[in-house]
Design a protein around this ligand. Structure first.
Ligand code: SF4
Length: 357
């Protein structure tokens, strides 16, 4: 076994995490769900979502049978909603193409929607004890520093080298359970010790052989992405009030916030009153422009200009597909994106708001 793997396994015994909710068993469904939730998301944030999800959908079959809206509702606030949609599609695929049995090899798992090579490897390790290498952001950082590999890890050349190191470092001649311990140790070391900023090298089991530490390059590795400023888009959200209700529209998928519920959205500069007459078939009176909301996606920033409007006609929108009138408090229980949740809370549910419903 490599010294790298051996030191990590010994370290994990005393310092690693042993009581995460998904570590309780080898149920591939539970492990898959946890791995998807943990993508881009901290463990502390994931734990309550994971618990609620497992309570509502304890098996892959229950998830497959659920309506997508119920899945998105439980996911609401966790972000990166494509993950929830892919979970739902994958659950159905496993039920129909694999007779409800989660595939057990990394290659087969990797062919399911929303599962990349590293996530597939983590599932193969934790659910089936297979000796596979993972390479998530934490592991890239550890390997880049330990082996002194420069170059942005998003570039193919650097990524290929990191995969090679990840595979060479596996505890190949492992005893039972060692691959799971090794993989969890890598994840835990990246979270608690070899952190992005201010890593705790003095507490690190890899310090004696770490190239970055020896060469005083820890703060230079891994090489950061050459940064371009994110483009900014602007949009208007129409908060339409009718009695105690507001209007929400289910957004099309695929697309940003696909299948989630949002206030109707129009481009900047479009006349709101005319838009409502022609597109929603209602008369409205403008009340106020609410404070701007800024939200950041991975690839762009979104500046939202919310406008509060009172519906003055008695026409019903019931015939329009994908629209609902709902109380703001009930809207919070639906699948809505985080900025909309914030907007509804501060406009209609805050005790300081003049528009409290
Ligand atoms: S010695 Fe420091 S830089 Fe090297 S792997 Fe450990 S924590 Fe990371």
């Amino acid at each position: 076994m490599s010294a790298f793997a051996e030191q990590l396994i010994i370290w994990h015994d005393q310092h690693g995490r042993h009581h995460l909710p998904w570590q309780k068993n080898r149920d591939p469904y539970a492990i898959w769900l946890s791995e998807i939730m943990l993508q881009q998301t901290q463990v502390n944030m994931v734990i309550p979502y994971y618990a609620r999800f497992m309570q509502k959908f304890p098996t892959i079959s229950s998830l497959a049978q659920a309506p997508l809206d119920a899945v998105l509702s439980l996911w609401s606030g966790l972000g990166y909603y494509a993950r929830a949609r892919n979970l739902h599609v994958t659950a159905r695929k496993v039920m129909h193409h694999y007779q409800g049995q989660f595939p057990c090899t990394r290659e087969a798992i990797q062919h399911l929607p929303g599962i990349g090579r590293s996530t597939a490897a983590a599932i193969a390790v934790f659910a089936f004890g297979q000796c596979e290498a993972i390479l998530d952001g934490n592991v890239k950082r550890i390997l880049a520093r330990y082996f002194g590999i420069s170059g942005f890890p998003g570039e193919t050349k650097t990524q290929n080298l990191l995969w090679k190191k990840a595979e060479e470092s596996l505890p190949i001649h492992h005893q039972n359970g060692k691959i799971e311990t090794y993989t969890q140790a890598l994840m835990d070391l990246g979270t608690a010790v070899c952190t992005r900023r201010a890593p705790l090298c003095k507490a690190c089991p890899l310090q004696s052989e770490c190239v970055a530490l020896k060469e005083n390059r820890v703060d230079q590795l891994p090489t950061t992405k050459p940064r371009k400023p994110l483009p900014q888009k602007e949009t208007t959200f129409l908060l339409l009030m009718q009695q105690q209700n507001i209007l929400l529209e289910q957004r099309p998928a695929p697309g940003i916030w696909g299948e989630l519920w949002c206030p109707p959205e129009i481009g900047i500069g479009i006349d709101v009153i005319t838009y409502c007459q022609h597109n929603l078939n209602i008369e409205v009176r403008a009340l106020i422009e609410l404070p701007i909301l800024d939200h950041q996606f991975t690839h762009f920033k979104l500046r939202i200009h919310p406008q509060l409007l009172q519906v003055t006609s008695s026409e019903s929108l019931a015939t329009l597909p994908k629209f609902i009138w709902t109380k703001p408090s009930d809207a919070l229980a639906k699948g809505i994106p985080a900025p909309v949740r914030k907007l509804l809370k501060q406009t209609f549910l805050s005790k300081f708001s003049p528009y409290r419903i």
